[in-house]
Design a protein around this ligand. Structure first.
Ligand code: GTP
Ligand code: MG
Length: 197
């Protein structure tokens, strides 16, 4: 699946721009700057099919990528702080939440959490939104190359306890570094597994 072609499909600033719900979709959600776009690039082996940058609020619409004819990957705008005009941020936050809570073909949300800091209040709000909509999500700790030794294990332990309270959460936590290309195979396998159901 990941060895095949990946093509940018479209960018949806609002819900009426979404493509027809005729493919399985998986999306990458998380706070601004957590590494969503970078993870899509690392997973697909494409340097910058998704645009990444150090500025929080880089991704400002829902970006759809086709993988073959059965699956789409979706790069979401971040939630939380963003360096962009308030009106624009409000619009993309509404689109993001509408998509997360109401997309019939959305099979799994990869919820990215910074491996140095763990889950914050906004992450818990999104987890609750997903619980209410019964949308399955799986936590991914990002930037595993950054934290000091032992930090990520502690973060994972605390997160495991949090996830146990969320009915829509998968118990298994994935850990990745897009920079060092670590942990990518398990994410790829989780995505590929959805096509076999
Ligand atoms: P928004 O679109 O603004 O919500 O951000 P995003 O979640 O898409 O983050 P993005 O992929 O743009 O990455 C943000 C910053 O983190 C960039 O400077 C990346 O180079 C950096 N980054 C992403 N992944 C990693 C990683 O695994 N390790 C390290 N060290 N840095 C990373
Ligand atoms: Mg992004």
């Amino acid at each position: 699946l990941f060895a095949g072609p990946v093509d940018f499909l479209l960018s949806a600033p609002e819900l009426h721009h979404l493509p027809p719900a005729d493919r399985i979709e998986v999306c990458f959600a998380g706070r601004s700057n957590v590494g969503k776009s970078s993870l899509i690039n690392a997973l697909t082996g494409r340097k910058s099919i998704a645009r990444a940058s150090n500025t929080p609020g880089r991704t400002q619409a829902l970006n759809f990528f086709s993988m073959g004819d059965r699956l789409r990957l979706v790069d979401l705008p971040g939630y939380g702080y963003a360096e962009a005009p308030v009106k624009l941020v409000e619009q993309w936050q509404a689109t993001l939440k509408g998509y997360l809570a109401g997309r019939p073909t959305l099979r799994r949300v990869f919820l990215l959490i910074d491996g140095r800091h763990g889950a914050k209040k906004v992450d818990h709000e999104i987890m609750e939104l997903l619980d209410r909509s019964a949308v399955p999500f799986q936590a991914v700790l990002t930037k595993a190359d950054k934290p000091a030794a032992g930090t990520i294990e502690k973060v994972a332990e605390a997160l495991k306890t949090d996830l146990a309270r969320h009915p829509a959460a998968y118990p298994e936590i994935l850990t990745t570094s897009s920079q060092k290309h670590e942990g990518l195979e398990r994410v790829r396998a989780a995505v590929a597994g959805l096509l076999e159901l």
